[in-house]
Design a protein around this ligand. Structure first.
Ligand code: V47
Length: 364
């Protein structure tokens, strides 16, 4: 294997990985341009096994997208709709509680709640969602509202992000999902999501959450117009923030799905790009404990392979995911416990059911 890595021109990076030295931005660019996926995978797997051994995590979770009405209307998104659009919807708090109620017999430990930036739902609605879900399922961990939604809620609340997060915590918020990060570089935001919170703004909200005891996830939406430099800068910004706060739980690369978006002329990502984004993230994000291969976006078969290319987590049972499906995602709607365990076992890993904060709930 070592000669393969030398042949791929990555001998110096192998030495750094062995010595647990931080990779430079230039190393990151070289990794992204390296065509030798096995060499990348070998390097990423060294870090993956050092941090997580043979374990591969999954979670029993439920996704609820309370509304797709959105003022941002990002070009890469097929989910967001203008108010009045035939496909626009919004759930009442009662409907959300009903969704939670319907699955009370399942051992769900996390409810993941995100939606669009709605033009006129009041701040109280979001507090009531959290309180309502907790009323129906008091023990569940609510992972809700991206950094972009949190900034919007603080604006609605006419208070600081810090004070708003404290109120949301009081109402039942447990942690923040990683969406809305897209690619931080202003060039990408200007073209694809000019109305959205800036990259700096996203990082500021994430830092504030960490300072207030809320862990958060991080993502990058790749496979559209971003350059390799912009990807590497994005990873570096996350790495620097993690150095400061240690508050990120996991990083999830999100593969762009073009169908039904204003960028539908682009092609879907390939398996090679998907694996590369996982492997390079594992190598660059030396201060992140976990890298998630989100099976909804890359398919359960490639997610299984990704467990040997840097990923240590498959996310979860999910069910009723809408954001990827609206953009042409063709993965299964949900994966059962048994399927997740089988996928992990057949990848040669030990299946570990976790809670949101990566506490071990069961081993199989
Ligand atoms: O913020 C939007 C992205 C995100 C498309 O934190 C798209 O554990 C691909 O962040 N093609 C929402 N991606 C999903 C998300 C997420 C999912 C699962 C787990 C976690 C976590 C977070 O999806 C959005 C945006 O970045 N997105 N449109 C699209 N067409």
């Amino acid at each position: 294997m070592e000669s393969l890595i030398q042949q791929a021109g990555l001998g110096d990076i192998l030495a750094k990985v062995r010595n647990q030295e931080r990779l430079s931005l230039d190393d990151g660019k070289r990794l992204f341009t390296c065509p030798d996926i096995l060499a990348l995978g070998y390097l990423a797997n060294m870090v993956r096994e050092r941090k997580n051994g043979n374990q591969a995590y999954f979670i029993y979770n439920q996704h609820i997208n309370y509304s797709n009405i959105c003022t941002n209307l990002c070009k890469f998104c097929a989910f967001g709709k203008e108010k009045g659009d035939a496909l626009a919807y919004q759930m009442t708090v009662e409907e959300i509680k009903e969704k939670v109620q319907q699955r009370l017999d399942e051992p769900i430990t996390e409810i993941h709640i995100v939606g669009g930036i709605h033009p006129d739902l009041p701040y109280s609605y979001y507090l009531e969602i959290l309180q309502g879900v907790k009323e129906v399922r008091p023990d569940v961990h609510i992972q809700a509202f991206t950094c972009v939604e949190i900034q919007h809620l603080a604006d609605l609340n006419k208070k600081s992000v810090a004070d708003t997060l404290e109120e949301l915590k009081e109402a039942g918020l447990g942690s923040l999902p990683g969406g809305g990060a897209e690619v931080f570089h202003p060039r990408i935001r200007e073209i694809t999501c000019p109305n959205k919170l800036s990259g700096e703004g996203w990082l500021r909200v994430a830092k504030t959450a960490h300072q207030h005891g809320l862990r958060t996830n991080a993502t990058m939406l790749y496979g559209h117009i971003e350059t390799i430099e912009e990807r590497v800068e994005h990873l570096d910004a996350l790495r620097q923030t993690q150095d400061e706060t240690g508050g990120f739980l996991t990083y999830i690369p999100l593969a762009f799905h073009p169908k039904n978006t204003a960028m539908s002329e682009y092609s879907r990502t390939t398996g090679m790009e998907d694996l590369k984004n996982i492997a390079v993230a594992r190598l660059m994000l030396d201060n992140f404990d976990h890298i998630k291969a989100y099976w909804v976006m890359i398919g359960s078969k490639l997610a299984q392979v990704a467990l040997s290319f840097g990923a240590d987590d498959l996310d979860g049972t999910v069910k009723e995911e809408i954001i990827t499906r609206m953009a042409g995602g063709e993965s299964e709607q949900a994966l059962g416990h048994k399927t997740l365990i089988r996928l992990i076992k057949e990848a040669g890993r030990e299946p570990v059911e976790r809670d949101t904060l990566y506490e071990v709930l069961a081993r199989f």
